[in-house]
Design a protein around this ligand. Structure first.
Ligand code: FPP
Length: 250
C-alpha cells in the first residue's frame, strides 16, 4: 500500500484534527452481506485501517486511536474472540515494518486483566520497536473500556491518597495522569463507521468535547478518502467548548 498516492490528493483543510478516535464498526455485516464469515470482515477491516492511517499521515493528523477489541467483546463467540486475539498478533507482526517505514509510533491502551499474555507481549514489543518514531501515533485499543479506564484512574488516586502521596484536591490534570496513556491528547474527532450512533464505551474521558461524525459506510469500505470526508464534515462545525457569543442575523 502506498503512503502517498499522487492520483489521490486530499482536499485542502484549514484545520486538521489533532487526535481522531475511530470505532471500526460493521466488519461482521460487511462479511455476511457477501456470504462470508464475520472473521473475513475483520481481515478486510485491517486493510481499511492501513488506508485510514495513510490518509491521516498525509493530512498531518498527530494521533489516531483505533478500537480493535473492547472489554465487552469477550461476549462474542469463542471462535471470534480467538480469531481477534490471534489477528492482533498477526497484524502487528505483518505490518510492523510498513508502519516503521511510515514513521508510525504504536501504543497500546487497555486493561491487562483477561488480555491474552501473547497479545500483550506483542503489543509491548511493537511499542518498544516504534518508540522513537516521530510520525503519527497509532494507539491500539485492545481490551479497552472507557468506564474501566476511569475506574482504574480513580482507584490509582485512592491508592495514592491512602499512601499519603496525594497532595491537595483531585483536579482534571491529576486525574488524567492516571489514565492508561497519560499523554494522550483530547479527542477532536470521534468517527464511527456503519451508521451506528453510539459511543460504545470508547474514550469517554478523552472525548468530552470531541466532534462526533457517524458515517453509513461499513468499516471495510473505508478508504483514506472516507477519512478526508469525515474531516471535511468536521470543518463545517463551530467548536465552542462551552463558550457562546451573539451572532445576530442581519
Ligand atoms: C466491529 O465490527 C469490529 C471489531 C470488534 C473488531 C475491529 C477489528 C478490525 C477492524 C480488524 C483489524 C484488526 C486489527 C488487529 C488492526 P463488528 O464485528 O461489530 O461488525 P458488525 O457490527 O457488523 O457485527
Amino acid at each position: 500500500m502506498k503512503l502517498y498516492d499522487p492520483a489521490r490528493k486530499p482536499p485542502k483543510f484549514t484545520e486538521v484534527p489533532n487526535h481522531i478516535a475511530i470505532v471500526m464498526d460493521g466488519n461482521g455485516r460487511w462479511a455476511n452481506q457477501r456470504g462470508l464469515k464475520r472473521t473475513e470482515g475483520h481481515r478486510a477491516g485491517e486493510l481499511a485501517l492501513l488506508e485510514v492511517v495513510a490518509g491521516a499521515i498525509e493530512v498531518g493528523v498527530k494521533q489516531l486511536t483505533a478500537f480493535a477489541f473492547s472489554t465487552e467483546n469477550w461476549k462474542r463467540s469463542p471462535e471470534e474472540v480467538k480469531f481477534l486475539m490471534n489477528y492482533n498478533i498477526e497484524t502487528l507482526r505483518a505490518r510492523r515494518d510498513l508502519l516503521m517505514e511510515w514513521g508510525v509510533k504504536i501504543r497500546w491502551t487497555g486493561q491487562e486483566k483477561k488480555l491474552w499474555p501473547s497479545v500483550l507481549s506483542e503489543l509491548r514489543e511493537t511499542e518498544k520497536l516504534t518508540a522513537k518514531n516521530k510520525g503519527l501515533t497509532l494507539n491500539m485499543a485492545v481490551n479497552y473500556g472507557g468506564r474501566q479506564e476511569i475506574l482504574d484512574a480513580a482507584q490509582a488516586l485512592v491508592d495514592k491518597a491512602t499512601a499519603g502521596e496525594l497532595v491537595g484536591k483531585v483536579t482534571e490534570a491529576k486525574f488524567a495522569k492516571e489514565l492508561y496513556l497519560p499523554n494522550m491528547p483530547d479527542v477532536d474527532l470521534f468517527l464511527r463507521s456503519s451508521g451506528e450512533m453510539r459511543l460504545s464505551n470508547f474514550l469517554l474521558w478523552e472525548s468530552s468535547y470531541a466532534e462526533m461524525v457517524f458515517l453509513d459506510k461499513l468499516w471495510p469500505d473505508f478508504t483514506r478518502e472516507t477519512l478526508w470526508e469525515a474531516i471535511s464534515i468536521m470543518q463545517g462545525r463551530d467548536r465552542r467548548f462551552g463558550s457562546a457569543e451573539d451572532r445576530p442575523i442581519n
